[in-house]
Design a protein around this ligand. Structure first.
Ligand SMILES: [Zn+2]
Length: 375
């Protein structure tokens, strides 16, 4: 996830924005205030144009937010934990901690975004019939902004349905192919193939606009986005087989089983001594007197501090606190577990059916399961 400026929560979902959003919002406002609105409704004061333009730009980002909140809420209803929404340069992105479990869920979660924009387009278009009608029978400044929002939402709905990653259309097609072939990995390979063809077509269209000088500016944008789609589809294709293996491998197959459990009163020095007697272990769950696991101490944390402090520093004070350590069931897939891991350095505590510690999976669990990152 790109570094995001936090904006708050909507229906419990964390929302942030890329620092590019204020820039894009300014460009939209400028375009509306200086070009679109004066052309559509001449003879108003600059202040009126600017106020209307700010409303239009805000409405545009609100529309993108409605699209993303749609993904988030439908995903949550389908049992997917939502990490958060980020508004960015080209729209937005909703990140989940887990994948859709079924093709039906994938279809619902991906289709709802464009459908939300389609509904907004219809809603805005109907609203123009009531807003800002003036004596000359046209629509006023407010009506023009609402009409612009209707057009933008229609464009958002159509553009997002293009079947090439990273757009929603690719996921919609992917879900339908998955339904048809009943094999998620094969579906991803087929869908990425479609994405490559679509991306090349879009890039070709951009090149044509550019070379024929029909609209060189749009040409460059379309060419660039087409190439971006091809790249995203090629990446999807490259990782599909490995993702399939990670989905099939239980985390128990890659964890280090039965790690030595250390008491909270132990010092880092104690743990270093015990670790020498347990070769192969690099993560040590820390247990409170009442039996609860309260943290996990890892070798990199110990290596990072001055050995002079080992004798006095308590293990629990150096360990990852338990509320930062992802917990996993031993039968969960490696993919499900690593998607939940907040950062690569944090170990994953694997619990057996009885709720006791069964093992610790290191952040390289994916590589252990045979994942080879694409070139
Ligand atoms: Zn979307």
């Amino acid at each position: 996830m790109e570094t995001a400026i936090p904006l708050g929560r909507i229906a419990g979902v964390r929302v942030g924005m890329s620092w590019l959003v204020p820039l894009v919002a300014t460009l939209w406002t400028l375009l509306l205030a200086e070009r679109v609105l004066p052309l559509a409704v001449p003879g108003r004061t600059p202040t009126a144009y600017w106020l209307a333009a700010v409303g239009g730009a805000a409405g545009y980002f609100a529309s993108i937010l409605v699209h993303e909140v749609g993904h988030a809420l439908v995903g949550r209803r389908d049992g997917m934990a939502v990490k958060g929404i980020t508004l960015s340069l080209l729209g937005g992105h909703t990140e989940f901690e887990s994948e859709p479990a079924t093709p039906g869920a994938e279809l619902r979660v991906s289709a709802v975004g464009p459908l939300a924009n389609l509904a907004l387009a219809v809603g805005f278009q109907l609203t123009t019939a009531f807003v800002g009608a003036d004596a000359f029978g046209g629509v006023g400044l407010a009506g023009q902004v609402v009409r612009w929002l209707a057009v933008m939402n229609l464009l958002l709905a159509v553009a997002n349905m293009i079947p090439a990653p990273p757009l929603d259309g690719a996921a919609v097609v992917g879900a339908m192919v998955w339904m048809a072939v009943r094999d998620r990995t094969r579906a991803a390979l087929i869908t990425s193939g479609i994405g490559i063809v679509v991306g090349v077509t879009v890039a070709g269209l951009g090149a044509w606009l550019l070379v024929r000088r029909v609209d060189p500016f749009t040409g460059v944008l379309v060419l660039g986005y087409g190439l971006f789609m091809v790249q995203a589809a090629r990446r999807q294709r490259a990782v599909a087989p490995a993702l399939g293996r990670l989905r099939a491998a239980p985390v128990a197959s890659v964890m280090v089983p039965d790690p030595p459990i250390v008491p909270e009163w132990a010092t880092v020095g104690d743990v270093v001594t015990w670790a020498a007697a347990h070769p192969g272990h690099r993560a040590f769950p820390v247990q409170a007197a009442d039996g609860r696991i309260t943290g996990v101490l890892t070798a990199p944390l110990v290596d990072a501090i001055d050995p002079g402090r080992w004798a006095t520093l308590r293990a629990i004070d150096l360990a990852w606190p338990i509320d930062r350590v992802p917990l996993a069931g031993a039968d969960e897939s490696v993919l499900a577990v690593i998607r939940r891991a907040p950062e690569p350095a944090v170990p994953i505590l694997v619990l057996g059916p009885d709720g006791r510690v069964a093992g610790v999976a290191s952040p390289d669990a994916a590589e252990r399961a045979g994942y080879v990152p694409p070139p």
